[in-house]
Design a binder for this molecule. Structure first.
Ligand SMILES: Cc1cc2nc3c(=O)[nH]c(=O)nc-3n(C[C@H](O)[C@H](O)[C@H](O)COP(=O)(O)OP(=O)(O)OC[C@H]3O[C@@H](n4cnc5c(N)ncnc54)[C@H](O)[C@@H]3O)c2cc1C
Length: 477
């Protein structure tokens, strides 16, 4: 409800208002959107419906391809003005252009404000004389030239009612959408869906003024849980439960109060600017979510290896740090940024030499905060395909984890079969003598897999492959 200019524009001087959500079969597909994200969405819709009802309105849920159901609804409800927030993802752009044309053909006014991002990406690019920023530094200078983003707009205080409705149009359940019940309870690592939870978590996090002002992303802890060390607000930002402009404005308030604060790229404000940067490049780059035909992406001869991909995504690599993170991702739908780094590097240039596009698809399904531009950008980054070129800096699935969690409590939590292993072997169970494995109830090869590769050998081979690929790319090959 907060910072929703499309809702305000729709309600302005209207006698009737039809707040509509469309269950689009393109998204309602367990292969594309996993159960944790779908649950989060339904929680958010239920809360939105409650908030609308408090103001005399309600949410109307329609099912089907948006172009088709809207065309019918515009006629049936005699709509004069159609308002929706601008969405820059490719699927949404094609959909929204089609909707705009059909509405205009029907004589319906269309209002489509930008509010999902801090800035209008077209304005940013125009300010850069049409050149798309491909580094955070260039983007930061453009953003500084743009000045402060618009302040978030207040939530409405009353809304017009809908007209008579001939059906219930209620919010579906997970089962009605063809989903099973999720494995883990809602709100385990990230707060449950909805605006109230998003705002509550934002304010709770920012209430520790010193931590927020001193936030430095590389110092946050990937193995911290209950609560995680970062805001865990990605899903609320993605679904519009929390507006990016509100996030920005509230962090600014803290900075003003505290005075001294860290700076981008590592600061808390720097995080929301990463989001903005990647939205901007993703918006302006063709074929952004693939390697071929993507002008910002290096061409790297990844190998198709379904066994490696399955072992990685099903937490069977034999590297406890990687398998614990992939278990967290599957059960809870969330991973700390540095755990995302570790598993993405491992799948691609670090160990398994599998394309980032495959990893992107697994994240797309499992992450609750999955966001098209951010997912593609970060996968390109971690695979050293774009934005980042220090490909020789490889995360070790052993020493990286030890630094944060020498006792291995993160691994013990997500991989109970390793829970009784002594700390010295927790990241390398295959090195534990057989009697130690037996005593811990975890025999490698029986209760937990052998490592899928020798990390040092795989790393050396892949570094050489990366070196050659970089050489080819430099020659334009
Ligand atoms: C391989 C890989 C895939 C990723 N896929 C996604 C994705 O699909 N959706 C997603 O929201 N983030 C993605 N990220 C970025 C980042 O890991 C998450 O935004 C962050 O971990 C979410 O946790 P948080 O909300 O606690 O982040 P915080 O550190 O609290 O940051 C607050 C917000 O800033 C934004 N942000 C922070 N880091 C980044 C970043 N590196 N890039 C872009 N925006 C950022 C997010 O909106 C985030 O919620 C990915 C990272 C990697 C390495």
């Amino acid at each position: 409800m907060h910072d929703n200019p499309a809702l305000l524009a729709a309600a302005r001087d209207a006698a009737r208002l039809y707040p509509t959500f469309i269950v689009d079969p393109w998204f309602v597909n367990p292969k594309r959107v996993g159960v944790n994200r779908m649950r989060f969405l339904l929680e958010s819709l239920r809360e939105l419906d409650g908030n609308l009802r408090r103001l005399g309105s309600r949410l109307i849920v329609l099912w089907g391809t948006p172009q088709e159901v809207l065309e019918r609804a515009l006629a049936d409800w005699q709509i004069g003005r159609l308002c929706f927030e601008r969405d820059t993802e490719p699927y949404a752009r094609t959909r929204d252009e089609a909707i705009r044309s059909l509405a205009e053909r029907a004589g319906v006014q269309v209002i489509c404000p930008t509010a999902h991002t801090l800035y209008d990406p077209d304005e940013l690019i125009e300010l850069g004389r049409g050149k798309v920023p491909t580094t955070y530094g260039v983007f930061g200078r453009l953003a500084a030239k743009m000045g402060e983003p618009d302040a978030p707009v207040a939530a409405p205080s009353h809304l017009p009612p809908p007209g008579e409705l001939e059906a219930e149009y209620g919010i579906p359940t997970l089962a009605q959408l063809g989903y099973p019940e999720p494995e883990c309870p809602s709100g385990q690592m990230i707060p449950p869906g909805g605006e109230a939870e998003g705002l509550r978590r934002l304010h709770a996090y920012l209430s520790d003024r010193q931590r927020s002002a001193g936030f430095a992303k590389p110092d946050t802890d990937p193995t911290a849980f209950d609560p995680p060390s970062t805001t865990a607000l990605g899903a609320h930002l993605k679904f519009g439960c929390l507006s990016a402009r509100t996030f920005y404005a509230e962090v600014q308030k803290v900075y003003r109060e505290v005075g001294k604060h860290t700076e981008p790229p590592v600061s808390l404000m720097g995080q929301i600017l990463w989001r903005e940067f990647f939205y901007t490049v993703g918006y302006a780059t063709p074929n952004y979510d693939c390697m071929e035909g993507n002008p910002v992406c290096r061409q790297i001869p990844w190998e198709d290896n379904p066994e490696y991909l399955a072992a990685w995504s099903e937490a069977r690599t034999g590297f406890p740090w990687i398998d614990a993170a992939m278990t967290q991702l599957r059960t809870e739908g969330w991973l700390h940024h540095l755990s995302r780094h570790a598993v993405a590097c491992f799948l691609t240039r670090g160990d398994l030499w599998v394309s980032w596009e495959k990893g992107q698809a697994v994240f797309e399904r499992l992450l609750v905060d999955q966001d098209w531009s951010l997912n593609a950008s970060n996968w390109m980054w971690l695979s050293a395909s774009a934005f980042f070129n220090a490909y020789y800096r490889v995360y070790s699935p052993i020493s990286f984890a030890k630094k944060y969690d020498p006792e291995g409590s993160y691994v013990r939590r997500y991989l109970p079969q390793l829970a009784r292993l002594p700390a010295e072997f927790i990241y390398e169970p295959w090195k534990a003598p057989r009697p130690v494995q037996k005593q811990a109830g975890c025999v490698v090869g029986r209760d937990y897999p052998d490592p899928i590769v020798d990390h040092e050998q795989a790393k050396a081979r892949n570094l050489e492959r990366m070196r050659l690929a970089y050489e080819q790319n430099a020659k334009g090959g």
